[in-house]
Design a binder for this molecule. Structure first.
Ligand code: ADP
Length: 484
């Protein structure tokens, strides 16, 4: 029902390093797919340009056909690929940026918007304004989304030159130089910074993260200079994939108007993981008893950004409080893996804690459905999906007040937010701050059951779908497009 009048319909081309589900590492892949679908359903035309990574499984793609071959420039040659021989990730992405524009030029495809993502496509805006806009591409305007500001796309001047522009003209403070390297030999460029400077609009994935990035980090001065075209738009979640009313992974389905299935999911998971004592199993009111033990889940990549020491403290404190906790996570390196394996060995035979060190889509669905509370104690979090998914599955979020977590979770005890309060929020990065949030959540759960049930229903009804956010992106597209 959102189709606008024809003159407002746009052609959008995403140029992106990831797209779910065929080429996905993290949230970026989901965002591209979710946003593209939402724009399509509003009547816009959307194309997605993605590198043909070797790991992409061809049998998972329907109707894959070769439409055109053409040459693109890299390092003095016109060729079809830089792969093979000495493969360099950065140069491969530079080639991909140039080849994407070359394709538009060769085929005469002029979208209203070219939407680029992260440093991997940060060189595209600069190649566009330097070269292709002076050739035949007059219409497109460029939007960049930054999903995580930690990756700058460091690039040597002569590497950028390989894409066919004179890299040295970008080595100034107002253009693409990485300010941290000024005066060093060699100085470096940042493709992310170049992308910010040369895009018509820049978006990051939550309003709070936008403010945080204006206040700290070496890119803040660039972002402040470009403040007028810098926007914060929350990511949405895919509400078809994440739907407890239809989710094929769940032993029982449920939704806000019919929440009973949730306790079956909880009991199923507790039994499956051995979190139900054998005494209880023998008794007559099995699910009633375990149902009153609060179950906290934490589903996360195990990297420093996610607040690992807080995850560890939570395990300890939940046990002290007589609750249960399940961590599902994959460690990013060997040292962390061994540390968490140590914790798993310590706890996994006990009655209340399970630490599962793997990546499992299926388990993640079951755990969100089983959970009374979902913990997201990140040190920083550009947007965060776990708290939004958890809420849709009736798990009350306990989060650190940072980035997108601060924009989606509002504390139950904060009087100024009472109508929208939906969880428990703490600010500090110390154990005490976290414990205080857990204490309050457990107290609500145990002492105010009616109120707890109404929070659970409320969080399940919150709309974090792409519906809202796609509308905001479309407004941004409309504000920069030109009509030729
Ligand atoms: P990030 O993109 O930084 O990893 P987000 O919160 O934006 O963080 O997205 C994380 C997504 O990955 C969520 O959908 C979460 O459920 C999922 N996830 C993280 N770790 C695992 C895991 N070990 N198994 C299954 N899903 C996971």
């Amino acid at each position: 029902g959102n189709i606008q009048n024809d003159s407002d319909l746009m052609h959008i081309i995403h140029v992106t390093p990831e797209m779910a589900p065929i080429a996905k590492v993290g949230g970026l892949g989901d965002v591209v797919t979710g946003l593209a679908r939402a724009c399509l359903s509003r009547g816009h035309t959307v194309y997605i340009m993605l590198p043909f990574y070797e790991c992409i499984q061809k049998q998972h793609i329907n109707d894959l056909a070769l439409l055109i071959t053409f040459n693109a420039y890299h390092d003095g040659n016109w060729g079809q690929s830089v792969y093979g021989g000495a493969y360099n990730e950065l140069e491969a992405y530079l080639f991909f940026n140039r080849a994407s524009l070359e394709w538009m030029q060769v085929t005469g495809t002029q979208p209203d918007i070219i939407h680029v993502h992260e440093w991997q496509t940060g060189a595209l805006p600069l190649l566009y304004w330097d070269m292709y806009h002076n050739l035949s591409l007059k219409k497109p305007r460029i939007v960049l989304t930054i999903h995580n500001m930690e990756h700058y796309g460091e690039c040597r001047i002569e590497q950028l030159s390989k894409s066919g522009v004179d890299g040295s003209i970008y080595a100034t403070e107002d253009k693409a130089i990485d300010e941290r390297t000024i005066g060093h030999n060699p100085e470096r460029l940042s493709l992310l910074k170049g992308g910010i400077v040369y895009s018509n609009a820049v978006v990051t994935v939550s309003p709070t993260y936008l403010n945080e990035t204006l206040c700290s980090g070496w890119l803040s001065s660039t972002l402040i200079r470009n403040r007028d075209k810098y926007f914060g738009v929350l990511n949405g979640i895919d509400t078809a994939m994440w739907n407890p009313a239809t989710d094929a992974f769940l032993p029982a389905k449920f939704h806000a108007q019919k929440p009973e299935g949730k306790s079956s999911c909880k009991y199923y998971v507790q039994r499956g993981l051995g979190l139900v004592s054998t005494d209880t199993l023998a008794g007559p009111h099995v699910s009633d008893i375990t149902d009153r033990v609060p179950l906290v889940v934490c589903i996360s990549r195990l990297v420093a950004q996610k607040g690992l020491h807080l995850i560890t403290s939570a395990i300890k404190h939940v046990e002290e409080l007589g609750g249960q906790m399940v961590v599902l996570g994959k460690a990013s390196d060997g040292r962390l893996e061994r540390e968490f394996e140590g914790l798993a060995n310590l706890h996994n035979q006990g009655p209340s804690i399970r630490i599962l060190l793997m990546y499992s889509e299926e388990l993640s669905h079951m755990l969100y459905a089983a959970a009374d509370m979902v913990l997201v104690p990140s040190i920083y979090e550009p947007c965060g999906l776990a708290q939004m998914i958890g809420m849709r599955y009736g798990a009350v979020p306990i989060v650190r007040k940072t980035g997108g977590l601060a924009d989606t979770v509002f504390d139950m005890d904060d009087q100024s937010n009472h109508e929208i309060s939906n969880g428990f929020v703490f600010e500090g990065i110390d154990e005490g701050s976290l414990n205080w949030a857990l204490d309050r959540a457990f107290a609500y759960y145990r002492e105010k059951a009616d109120e707890w049930n109404s929070i659970v229903e409320r969080v399940m009804e919150i709309d974090n779908s792409w519906n809202n956010s796609a509308g905001k992106y479309i407004e941004i597209y409309q504000s920069v497009r030109v009509r030729l």
